[in-house]
Design a protein around this ligand. Structure first.
Ligand code: HEC
Length: 141
């Protein structure tokens, strides 16, 4: 009987200790604030944020029909491959070509320029992700 009480109370003590340490751990490690997503604190975080942006940029690329005229790694129209474009062009140039800014109009037919002009209406974050995706296409065909 006495042994049982001893075992029972030590289990109780252990349970209390586990609960206390769980509470302590939770109180000392507050959830990381959302802001960390927009302002990466470490290089590793910055890399994974860039990966995520460029992955969503690829989705914008596909959703906006860029593949009607362009291809990347063999997927899309072979007319105008964009492999390696990130190594050839600055982000400002990539934007200019994507949305047909005046600086590049001389090199585009009116119908292509019209198609590209529509991309000026993309939400800013989608255009950002798209350009980041293009900037990372540094491997030539
Ligand atoms: C209707 C056809 C068409 C569509 C749709 C189109 N483009 Fe283009 N794009 C062109 C043509 C034509 C050029 C001229 C240069 C070339 O042939 O590569 C060009 C050039 C570019 C360039 C510069 C290429 C280089 O080699 O310097 C980029 C970057 C680009 N487009 C991005 C995009 C993106 C991103 C989209 C989708 C949001 C898109 N384009 C949609 C026809 C198109």
């Amino acid at each position: 009987m006495r042994e049982r009480i001893a075992i029972g109370s030590s289990i109780l003590v252990i349970a209390v200790l586990v609960a206390l340490s769980a509470w302590f751990a939770a109180s000392q490690n507050p959830r990381r604030p959302e802001v960390a997503l927009t302002a990466p604190a470490t290089a590793a975080e910055a890399v994974s944020t860039a990966d995520a942006d460029s992955a969503s940029g690829r989705l914008v690329f596909q959703a906006q029909g860029c593949e009607r005229c362009h291809s990347v790694q063999g997927s899309g129209s072979p007319r105008s491959p964009l492999d390696g474009v990130g190594a050839r062009r600055s982000q400002a140039e990539l934007t200019a070509w994507t949305v047909a800014e005046p600086a590049v109009l001389d090199s585009l037919s009116p119908s292509v320029a019209r198609a590209k002009a529509r991309y000026r209406e993309l939400p800013a974050n989608e255009l950002d992700d798209l350009i980041r995706y293009l900037a990372r296409l540094v491997t030539p065909r």
